[in-house]
Design a binder for this molecule. Structure first.
Ligand code: PLP
Ligand code: COI
Length: 345
C-alpha cells in the first residue's frame, strides 16, 4: 500500500508505478505494454504539439466496501474517445483495447487505489495523441494511446459536497457554435484556461459557460456539466456545445429511478433564479453543489450585475445529496448495481 494520506488527496498528479501504452501505425494497434518511463520520446513535429491532435478521457476505479475493485462505465468512455478520434480524423482504440488497458493500469498500480472509507478513488486518464512528424495542418496517421492514473480525493480539495461559488463567463467561450464543445478534445480546455485563471483569482470555484451562439442559455462549467433541481424535475441543458457527461447520463437514470422527471432542454440564464439546487457534475467533481452564481458583463471587471443565490445555500441540497449517495453507493458496492454500470476487476 502506498504511503499516502488517503483523506487528503485532492486532485493532483502523483506518479504511480507505470502507465500503459499502445501505438497505432499502418492500421494496427500494438500490444499494450506497461512502462515506468512517464516521459514520451516524440518528434517535436508531432501533430499533438502544433495542432492539438489530442483527446483524453477521465474515469474512476473504486475499492468497494466488499473489497472488490470497480471501474465505472469504461465502455462509455471508450465510445466517447472514439467519437473524439473521429472528430480529429485520428484512430482511436476499440472498446476492448480501451477497457483492457484501463484494467491493466488499475492492476499494475493497485497499491495506489485508495482503500474503502476515505471517499477517495483512483482517477484514470486515457490520452490519445497524434505522433507522426508533420508541418502542414493534417490529422495524424500515427497515434499513441496511453492510460495513466492517480489516486484522488475531491476536485476542489474542499470537503466532499461542500458548496462553492460560480461566475458566468459572458465574454469568454469554451467552445464555438458548430465547434468541438461536444467532444472531449484537449483544445477545448486550452480556451478555458485564461478565463479560469481570472475566475479563480477572484475566488470563484467554478466558471459557467453560456451557449456560444447567443450567450442567453446555460451550457456547462469548464470541467463539468450543469445540473439543477426544480421541484421534482432534474434539469440539464440540451446544447450541441456541451460535453455529453457520463456522470450526468448516469444521474439522469438515477433520478428517473427515484421517480423524478428529467428535463433535457435549453436553460435560459435567468432561470437560475428559479432552481432549488444547482450542481456541477462530472467524473472529477462527482456532484459539487453551487451556492451562488454571479453574472458580470466582463469577467475582468469587478462589477457584478446580478447574483443568483441558490436556496440550498451553504448546504448540499436534499435531492442532490440523494443522487450523490446513490451513485457513490453503486460505485462503492453499497448499493445494488441494477444498471450494470460497474466492471468488477
Ligand atoms: N464537461 C466537461 C467540459 C468536462 O471536462 C467533463 C469531464 O469529463 C464533464 C463535462 C463531465 O463528463 P464525465 O461525467 O463524463 O466525466
Ligand atoms: C473529468 O471529470 O474526468 C475531467 O476530465 C474534468 C477535468 C479534470 C478536465
Amino acid at each position: 500500500m502506498a504511503n499516502l494520506d488517503w483523506d487528503d488527496l485532492s486532485f493532483k498528479y502523483r506518479q504511480t508505478n507505470v502507465m500503459i501504452v499502445s501505438r497505432y501505425k499502418d492500421g494496427e494497434w500494438s500490444a499494450p505494454v506497461a512502462t515506468s518511463d512517464f516521459d514520451f520520446h516524440l518528434s517535436a513535429y508531432a501533430g499533438t504539439f502544433h495542432y492539438a491532435n489530442s483527446a483524453f478521457e477521465g474515469l474512476k476505479a473504486f475499492r468497494g466496501v466488499d473489497n472488490k475493485v470497480r471501474l465505472f462505465r469504461p465502455d462509455e468512455n471508450a465510445k466517447r474517445l472514439q467519437r473524439s478520434g473521429h472528430r480529429l480524423g485520428m484512430a482511436a482504440p476499440s472498446e476492448e483495447l480501451f477497457t483492457q488497458m484501463c484494467c491493466m493500469c488499475v492492476k499494475e498500480n493497485i497499491e495506489y487505489l485508495p482503500p474503502y472509507g476515505h471517499n477517495a478513488s483512483m482517477y484514470l486518464r486515457p490520452l490519445l495523441i497524434g505522433t507522426n512528424p508533420q508541418l502542414g495542418i493534417a490529422s495524424s496517421n500515427e497515434v499513441l494511446f496511453c492510460v495513466m492514473c492517480s489516486p484522488v480525493g475531491t476536485y476542489s480539495g474542499a470537503k466532499s459536497l461542500s458548496p462553492g461559488t460560480a461566475v458566468i463567463a459572458r465574454d469568454y467561450d469554451r467552445a464555438a457554435p458548430h465547434g468541438t464543445g461536444a467532444y472531449k478534445l484537449s483544445a477545448n480546455y486550452a480556451t478555458s484556461l485564461y478565463p479560469y485563471n481570472l475566475a479563480h483569482g477572484q475566488g470563484y470555484r467554478e466558471l459557467l459557460f453560456l451557449d456560444p451562439a447567443t450567450h442567453t442559455k446555460v451550457d456547462e462549467f469548464g470541467s463539468s456539466n450543469f445540473l439543477a433541481i426544480k421541484g421534482n424535475s432534474y434539469v440539464t441543458p440540451l446544447s450541441d456545445s456541451v460535453l455529453p457527461s457520463i456522470t450526468n447520463k448516469s444521474l439522469q437514470t438515477v433520478a428517473e429511478d427515484f421517480g423524478m422527471k428529467v428535463e433535457k432542454r435549453a436553460v435560459p440564464v435567468e432561470e437560475i433564479a428559479e432552481f432549488d439546487e444547482i450542481n456541477a457534475c462530472g467524473t472529477a467533481v462527482v456532484i459539487t453543489p453551487i451556492c451562488s452564481v454571479d453574472d458580470k458583463a466582463a469577467l475582468e471587471s469587478n462589477v457584478v450585475t446580478k447574483t443568483y443565490k441558490i436556496p440550498s445555500g451553504d448546504e448540499c441540497g436534499v435531492v442532490s445529496r440523494k443522487l450523490y449517495n446513490r451513485i457513490r453507493g453503486i460505485q462503492d458496492g453499497l448499493e445494488e448495481d441494477i444498471h450494470n454500470w460497474c466492471l468488477v476487476l
